[in-house]
Design a protein around this ligand. Structure first.
Ligand SMILES: Nc1ncnc2c1ncn2[C@@H]1O[C@H](COP(=O)(O)OP(=O)(O)O)[C@@H](O)[C@H]1O
Ligand SMILES: [Mg+2]
Length: 455
């Protein structure tokens, strides 16, 4: 059985769906997760039940188009996309879905037209690799019936699961995929990877194992990515719980569900249980309006405490952009007692990230040192956008000229105008906490960073 099908949050949501079978948005959400877990046929059954829904009917049709294609059923995929486009003719994602279905049927020119229209409506949908394939196949009469897998962006977006081939297993992410952050990686190796891999040795020296780790820092600088890579380094299962997404649907019996999640993590040990946006759970009590959240927090803390004493091969990692929203109870020993600041990439790291993100793309000799020097304050995600936008420009030129035009420094300069660095804004908020709310020294890393960069 496909490993990913065991995702505990999916199990929980399926339970929730049984209790509220008429919740069409939930059903579509679950179906999208099923697609992500490779369970396309099951997903289609759920989508079919929601096709007529006023609110999410189009999402369901889109889901069918994608899941059917993943099953190799281009006809069903096309039919679903057609139905969607009949009701919403300029539905960008619908057009993209039809492009894929047409591509799989060997109608490459029509597919290309749909793809271009989709991207003109929503530039975010651009997938240079897909467009390359469409152009190549449109001009290659031998090309027939290709099934195209989604780009990484589409695959990451749980709500928009792409046509992932049934048996593809996502590659393990490791520290080698993370640019820079050498100090953070070293701390993770010492405090997490080694103890996790050699528990007996650490016990022999009287070192405590366990306790959760909290990553915090500006958005887009690799917290989520690093958590995934940490799991990869530990060769552990990675269980990613997006709290904002899940909590809403748990109302009623969240405590039980939360317990279930920890139990699942134990069953799948060695595993990394990752709570992204953990601030959703740990809002300072003063900011909490609803009493019902309090029970969830208590339960969560009790689960963490349980781990601290039992020494299981489950690692709990949390990540947040807003550590100041976390209740200090979360930082007690045995809970998230290791707190790591994940800073924006420095110059050398930016260079490395630029290289990582251009690997495998046609590239002229670009002076990445210069680009790195001119992108102070840019996050890894910002740099990734810069490369995507540059690739898009090179591709457009390639098509116009009918040859492969590699990405050049000129493309990057031009693309720069479209990307805004995002970390400064975060620091303008963080500075206040570092200056005025740092009694326990918990924001020393931020203060230090601000001092060294003289903002
Ligand atoms: N240091 C880095 N090295 C390589 N890629 C990075 C790095 N930081 C960010 N990225 C890229 O940016 C994307 C967003 O980063 P993410 O981990 O989601 O940031 P955060 O969780 O801190 O908001 C990642 O998927 C990754 O592709
Ligand atoms: Mg994140």
């Amino acid at each position: 059985m496909d490993d990913r099908a065991l995702d505990p949050s999916l199990t929980l949501l399926l339970d929730a769906l049984e209790r509220t079978p008429d919740n069409a948005p939930l059903r579509v959400h679950v179906a999208n997760l099923l697609v992500g877990a490779g369970r396309h046929a099951d997903a289609i059954k759920h989508f079919r039940q929601c096709e007529g829904d006023a609110q999410v009917g189009t999402d369901a049709q889109l889901g069918i188009a994608r899941a059917a294609l993943a099953l190799g059923d281009a006809e069903a995929s096309l039919a679903a996309a057609e139905k969607l486009l009949a009701s919403v003719p300029s539905h960008a994602k619908g057009l993209l879905a039809r492009a894929r279905a047409l591509h799989a049927r060997g109608q490459h020119k029509e597919a290309l037209a749909d793809y271009d229209k989709a991207v003109s409506l929503d530039a975010q949908l651009a997938e240079p690799a897909l467009r390359d394939a469409l152009i190549r196949d449109a001009t290659d009469p031998r090309a027939r019936f290709r099934v195209v897998s989604g780009g990484t962006n589409a695959a990451q977006d749980a709500g928009a699961a792409a046509a992932i081939p049934e048996n593809s297993v996502p590659d393990r992410v490791t520290f080698a995929d993370v640019g820079g952050l050498d100090e953070v990686k070293e701390k993770i190796r010492m405090r997490i990877v080694y103890p996790f891999s050699n528990p007996d040795m650490f016990k022999a020296f009287g070192k405590k194992i366990g306790g959760g780790i909290l990553f915090y820092g500006p958005p887009g600088c690799g917290k989520t990515f690093l958590a995934k890579a940490t799991a990869g380094e530990c060769r552990a299962h990675f269980i990613n719980v997006g709290l904002h997404e899940v909590l809403d649907m748990w109302i009623g019996n969240s405590e039980k569900q939360l317990h279930q999640l920890f139990e699942d993590a134990r069953r799948r040990a060695p595993s990394v249980l990752f709570f992204d946006e953990v601030d959703a759970l740990g809002m300072q009590r003063a900011k909490l309006h609803s009493g019902s959240m309090r029970g969830v927090i208590t339960q969560f803390l009790a689960e963490l405490d349980g781990f601290a004493s039992r020494n299981e091969r489950v690692l709990v990692i949390g990540a947040t952009n807003t550590p100041w929203d976390l209740d200090s109870a979360f930082r007690r020993p045995g809970r998230f007692d290791q707190v790591l600041f994940v800073p924006p990439p420095d110059r050398a790291a930016r260079r490395q990230i630029l290289e990582l993100k251009t690997t495998g793309k046609p590239l002229a000799s670009v002076d990445f040192d210069a680009v790195a020097a001119n992108t102070e304050g840019w996050s890894g995600a910002d740099l990734e956008h810069l490369i995507d936008a540059s690739a898009e420009l090179a591709l457009t030129q390639s098509i116009a000229r009918g040859t492969i035009e590699p990405i050049t420094g000129a493309h990057i300069d031009k693309a720069r105008a479209k990307v805004r660095p995002t970390t400064r804004e975060w620091f303008s908020t963080a500075r206040n906490y570092a200056q005025y709310a740092n009694e326990a020294g918990q924001y020393d890393d931020i203060a230090d960073y601000i001092r060294r960069h003289n903002f």
